[in-house]
Design a protein around this ligand. Structure first.
Ligand code: SF4
Length: 360
């Protein structure tokens, strides 16, 4: 079994204006207890993992000693030829922490950049500036960690096309192997929502999405998933586990996993988790749900899925099963079919409209 492992670290030193993830302000004693609970939860696992992803929150908010404990613990679960990713925020990192990453075999770092525009970073309540990102990338590379991904947000309040172009020019010059893009959504219970801040409108966001696609593909990036770009061979193996519907284990408060046909989410209550109580929400994925998940997840990918593979897994002919939906999608020029089915490149921004046809 080549499963993947996700570990959630819910602590952050500050709260970003748009954030609706499950996170709390960093507290040293709480974080130390949390790491003990992670260790207990992981002890149930006898497996090694091809990919491990430590996300958050912000794992880099942990102290040097705590990060050392976390990496000591998790690196024991690495299989051969692994991908070991950690999410970091630039302002949390220093040379000592970077050396720890290298020491324990972390070979992929995902940096919460969002934008290289200091004015916009301020609006997002991010605590770094663009020079912090440049320094961090240089330091990671100096220490032999070349596989770097960044998060890039667009559709920000007050962001113009010129700002976006500037971000993309910087990214190109940095030769980063992987970029995850996110349109800003103003979710309930976020600082933006409370303050009545609005993201750019749909048309402007669509223009930006399109511009990002054209720019990055021109410079050699492949949009392998609706919002993710990579240079050849630098796709996120861990995230492909999710999109290809394969199994993964989730550890930590609010972590989700998928094992033995069960999708589960650990308790969302940090207090419960710290007290050793982990009441999971679980959902058994039967054949019908499995098919829908397979379709929805795979159509996020630029190359969709193979019709033969679908037939092998579900013992039915996809084109026959969904013939009405497919006819309509072809009439609307939304999909292409050869031996595979996939969403047309220029229709990826409205992927959800395609997915609606398969959600019954
Ligand atoms: S660092 Fe990430 S998890 Fe923490 S507040 Fe910002 S967006 Fe949310």
């Amino acid at each position: 079994m080549n499963k993947s492992l996700y570990i959630h670290i819910p602590y952050c030193h500050s709260i970003c204006s748009y954030c609706d993830f499950i996170k709390v302000f960093y507290n040293s004693s709480s974080a130390s207890l949390y790491l003990k609970r992670i260790e207990e939860e992981l002890k149930e696992s006898k497996e090694l993992y091809k990919t491990i992803y430590i996300g958050g929150g912000s794992p880099s908010s942990l102290s040097y000693e705590q990060l050392n404990s976390l990496l000591t613990l998790t690196s024991k679960y690495l299989d051969k030829d692994y991908e070991f990713t950690i999410e970091v925020n630039p302002e949390d990192m220093d040379e000592g922490k970077i050396k720890l990453l290298k020491l324990y075999g972390v070979n992929r770092v995902s940096i919460g950049v969002q934008t290289f525009n200091d004015r916009l970073l301020n609006i997002l309540n991010r605590k770094h500036c663009k020079e912090d990102v440049f320094d961090l990338i240089a330091s990671l590379r100096f220490n032999g960690i070349e596989n770097i991904s960044i998060d890039l947000m667009y559709g920000l309040p007050g962001q113009g096309m010129k700002d976006l172009k500037n971000d993309l020019n910087i990214i190109r010059k940095l030769h980063l192997p992987h970029i995850s893009t996110y349109a800003l959504l103003i979710e309930d219970h976020t600082c933006f929502k409370v303050k009545g801040v609005e993201a750019l409108g749909d048309d402007e966001q669509a223009k930006m999405y399109d511009y990002i696609y054209k720019y990055l593909t021109k410079y050699g990036y492949n949009r392998y998933e609706v919002s993710n770009y990579a240079l050849k061979g630098k796709e996120s193996k861990h995230n492909l586990t999710y999109w290809e519907g394969r199994e993964y284990k989730g550890v930590g408060a609010s972590s989700s996993g998928y094992e033995n046909n069960v999708r589960y989410t650990n308790t969302k209550s940090l207090t419960d988790y710290l007290n050793g109580k982990n009441e999971r929400e679980e959902e058994y994925i039967d054949d019908k749900d499995g098919k829908i998940e397979y379709i929805i997840l795979h159509l996020r990918l630029e190359n969709g899925f193979s019709l033969d593979e679908y037939q092998n897994i579900f013992k039915t002919d996809f084109l026959e099963e969904y013939k009405d939906e497919i006819k309509e999608l072809l009439d609307r020029d939304m999909i292409e079919i050869n031996k595979r089915i996939y969403v047309k490149k220029e229709k990826m921004f409205i992927l959800n409209q395609v997915l609606c046809y398969f959600i019954k």
